[in-house]
Design a protein around this ligand. Structure first.
Ligand code: SF4
Ligand code: SF4
Length: 663
């Protein structure tokens, strides 16, 4: 019996599919088993909201356009073409593979109308993906943005996609001339405009069966290679991207740290020191990273020459997981002590980088797949701080001050009541005062902060708000949390909650966005639930309700967005409304959620920064707007800007918004 080419083709295709899909399945299974090494975390809640988030972020690539930068917009458009192309060409690939097993198979059984629409979709998106490939090569060879990696793998992937599209276009063109595909040729002019144009440009009139078969096999070979190469390359995000957007953290807040249950019996170590201490979602972040570099491009520490790169943090976690994967999969957790492994902190990740993070959230804000760099950094800090007591000297002194005096401002000459001198400040009275004004330690112990507190007292009195402060107060504990000392945060928070309960506090006005963030998202975890409002939002309400009337002034004011108001909590409009009443708003080049950090967050107010200081860079940028005043709404931002501006001017230019209201 003579076996025909058709039979040989079918057998060869089936074998190739079994080998390729088999390897793919093995690799995916291995990757999933590695993920399962991580700790549990529920990202399967609010399923319909998650599905919408996955659709919005993956299909329309909305994160790609969050920061108004030409290269990001360019890449965003390119990715929209690719993702739509990927989804729309998928049925065509299915038809292609089945046609290798069943000779002559096509979706023509769908009926003429549907089949024609299918042909049109394939035709248009082959062109769309080819256009995206031209854009991608142009970006890599001509535009060459600094933030992307120029690894060989990207060129391999792009070349594969080009071959896939060109062979599809070639095969479709040849099908026009195939006398056995009458329908194809008949609909061509109306439903396949791209292929029709290609045929007329090339002058193709004859069907070349050998050329067709060569293209067919080349297409299959590249397709199967692509399938197996992806789970071994950075392009794993092609498969992981949509799930990543489904598993995204809901904001606000931009980032939410997991609480530590200090009572839990299984708590062997505080924070993260080993890759398996992360949750599966945190490990998954490594799989989904596209290596686009936007996080590092936006990072204020990296921007000012420091070693910290949020992209490298995410990728180093993945590399550490891969390096230790075999040991972790073969060794039960209770037998891993002493096992040979690549260390995470000090091995894959330099610990200095962990302390350089200002917790500004610029990385998480811009990441197209919702990675949580900052959370990983802070969880490793928890280990360094609580298990090793290994923090930079000034931060350690701030923590010691917090432990001894309940505030981090060591070396201050100010006493807790100094800021109130000469001012009649109401004390919160149970059943009488409506709002607790939470002054915050920066406004109690730093001179410029004290000006903010005094201005706020005057403004609230002028507006006849029912409020009071606590006679004695301590830090919210937010600084301790951001530096990694969760134990200290819990102690301080619980003491504050007891104080609040003793006088019946239910509504809090904060002068510091860091305090706002902690009261709103972390105090409920330790039993304190309050209605919390940042002072600038409260002032805006007083103005818009007519309780506070201000005269419009012609001065120019540049507004610096505090990270914990804008990025972490999305509060960008209200402060601008207040500034617009106070004068003429001038926008800094980097503003709102894309603003540039002052450098003082995450305990870095007490950092000994190497190289260019973040606050100097930001102050210069604000100064160069030419605005007469620089306004902000966070005491740490004000202190950092006041210091930074000294480099460029002797004038006093930086103010908290409430000080301008009070002028
Ligand atoms: S939170 Fe800010 S400072 Fe920290 S890694 Fe992200 S961008 Fe850099
Ligand atoms: S972590 Fe996100 S922003 Fe950073 S390189 Fe990866 S995908 Fe891009």
């Amino acid at each position: 019996m003579i076996i025909g080419y058709g039979t040989i083709k079918t057998i060869a295709v089936v074998i190739a599919l079994i080998l390729s899909v088999g390897y793919f399945s093995w690799r995916v299974n291995h990757l999933l088993r590695l993920l399962m090494i991580g700790k549990e975390e529920n990202r399967f809640d609010r399923v319909s909201a998650r599905l919408w988030m996955a659709l919005k972020q993956s299909i329309f690539q909305s994160s790609q356009f969050r920061v108004p930068k030409p290269d990001y917009t360019y890449a965003g458009i390119m990715h929209i073409l690719i993702i739509f192309g990927f989804l729309i060409l998928l049925p065509g690939e299915l038809e292609f593979i089945i046609s290798g097993i069943i000779d002559g198979f096509s979706f023509s059984f769908l009926g003429e109308r549907l089949f024609n629409i299918f042909l049109l979709s394939q035709d248009l998106f082959i062109a769309a993906v080819l256009a995206a490939m031209v854009m991608a090569f142009f970006r890599r060879f001509v535009l060459r943005p600094a933030q992307i990696n120029y690894h060989l793998t990207a060129y391999v992937i792009l070349s594969c996609i080009c071959v896939l599209m060109l062979t599809l276009l070639g095969m479709n063109s040849l099908r026009f001339t195939n006398p056995e595909e009458v329908h194809f040729a008949g609909v061509a002019a109306r439903w396949m405009p791209i292929t029709t144009s290609f045929v007329s440009v090339t002058g193709l009139t004859n069907f070349y069966p050998v050329t067709f078969e060569v293209m067919w096999w080349l297409h299959l070979a590249v397709l199967l290679f692509f399938l197996d190469y992806i789970p071994n390359s950075k392009h794993l995000h092609v498969f992981a991207g949509i799930p990543a957007n489904f598993f995204r953290h809901f904001s606000p807040p931009l980032i939410k740290l997991q609480p530590i249950n200090f009572e839990a019996e299984e708590l062997s170590s505080l924070g993260v020191s080993k890759v398996e201490d992360f949750t599966w979602k945190q490990l998954f972040d490594g799989y989904t990273c596209t290596e686009c570099g936007r996080c590092t491009d936006q990072c204020p520490a990296n921007n000012t020459g420091k070693a910290l790169s949020p992209r490298d943090i995410i990728l180093s976690i993945k590399e550490n997981l891969f390096a230790n994967g075999r040991m972790l999969l073969s060794t039960p957790p209770d037998q891993r002590n002493g096992a040979e492994r690549v260390e995470l902190i000090g091995g894959s990740i330099e610990k200095d980088q962990l302390w350089q993070c200002t917790t500004c959230g610029a990385c998480a804000n811009v990441c197209p797949v919702g990675n949580e760099h900052l959370r990983a950094v802070l969880e490793m800090r928890r280990y360094l701080m609580m298990e090793e007591g290994d923090a930079p000297e000034l931060m350690s002194r701030a923590v010691k001050s917090l432990e001894a005096r309940s505030h981090p401002f060591f070396g201050t000459g100010a006493g807790p009541k100094d800021w109130r001198k000469g001012l009649d400040v109401p004390i919160f009275e149970k059943g009488k005062s409506e709002y607790l004004l939470w002054v915050g330690c920066a406004n109690i112990y730093e001179d410029r902060g004290q000006d903010i507190a005094r201005a706020m007292i005057r403004v609230l009195k002028k507006a006849q708000v029912s409020f009071g402060i606590l006679e004695e107060s301590r830090c919210t504990g937010d600084i301790a949390k951001q530096m990694g000392n969760e134990l200290l945060f819990n102690e301080l928070a619980q003491q504050n909650i007891e104080d609040f309960a003793s006088v019946g506090v239910s509504k809090i006005i904060t002068l510091c966005p860091h305090c706002y963030n902690s009261f709103t998202y972390y105090y409920p975890e330790v039993g304190g639930v309050y209605e919390v409002i940042p002072h600038v939002i409260f002032i805006n309400r007083l103005i818009s309700s007519g309780v506070l009337s201000l005269k419009k002034n012609q001065r120019t004011i540049a507004y610096h967005d505090p990270c914990y108001l804008a990025r972490h909590n999305g509060m960008v409009t209200e402060p601008r409304e207040v500034v617009s009443v106070l004068g003429n708003l001038v926008e800094a080049p980097r503003n709102m959620k894309s603003g540039f950090c002052c450098g003082g967050g995450g305990g870095n107010y007490w950092a000994e920064e190497e190289g260019v200081k973040i606050n100097h860079a930001r102050a210069k940028e604000l100064f160069e707007t030419g605005a007469e005043f620089i306004a902000t709404a966070c005491p740490f931002c004000l202190l950092m800007m006041t210091d930074g501006l000294k480099k460029v001017t002797e004038e006093k230019k930086a103010y908290d918004i409430v000080e301008l209201v009070d002028l």
